[in-house]
Design a protein around this ligand. Structure first.
Ligand SMILES: [Ca+2]
Ligand SMILES: [Ca+2]
Length: 162
């Protein structure tokens, strides 16, 4: 995880409230979700520099199990709330990889998640980002059950800083 993803200071409660109200005022806002096509509208309104390619990647990143085209406002806010805290941020990211919510990251979930994150920063994972899933499991599977749990991926990500 590169330094650029971590803020020196947390957002203030006022700033977080502003982001939330931008999300709540999007045309598609309903039942605490937004349509993922409006993510770029949110970024523009919030002053977060985002290319169309990044917005496309984020559509996948924030996809929630209950509807392919919906993003949970709480999930989006969790990212902003945890940006200053590497451990919390990595856990948030790892949870987003787990699309079927079973607590484990499959190879498909890992590949899709990494592809989404690399749209933001192609060098995000450096040399470690080039590891295949099989190699990653060998290094990150700390409880040796042959599977990658969300917490193991989060720990792997947060150690990447060093
Ligand atoms: Ca899973
Ligand atoms: Ca494991």
């Amino acid at each position: 995880m590169s330094e650029s993803h971590i803020l020196a200071k947390p957002f203030t409660p006022q700033e977080l409230e502003n982001l939330k109200s931008i999300l709540r005022n999007l045309p598609s806002y309903k039942d605490n979700t937004i349509h993922n096509s409006e993510y770029i509208t949110f970024c523009n309104a919030a002053g977060i520099p985002t290319t169309p390619e990044q917005a496309e990647a984020y559509k996948n990143y924030f996809r929630v199990p209950r509807g392919d085209d919906l993003c949970s406002v709480n999930d989006i806010m969790k990212v902003f709330e945890s940006l200053h805290d590497i451990k919390a941020y990595c856990l948030t990211v790892a949870k987003h990889f787990d699309k079927n919510g079973d607590g484990e990251i499959s190879m498909e979930e890992y590949d899709a998640g990494v592809a989404a994150m690399k749209a933001f920063d192609p060098d995000l994972f450096g040399e470690k980002g080039k590891l295949g899933f099989d190699e990653l499991i060998k290094k990150a599977d700390k409880n040796n059950d042959g599977k990658l749990q969300v917490e193991e991926l989060a720990a792997w990500f947060s150690n990447m800083q060093n």
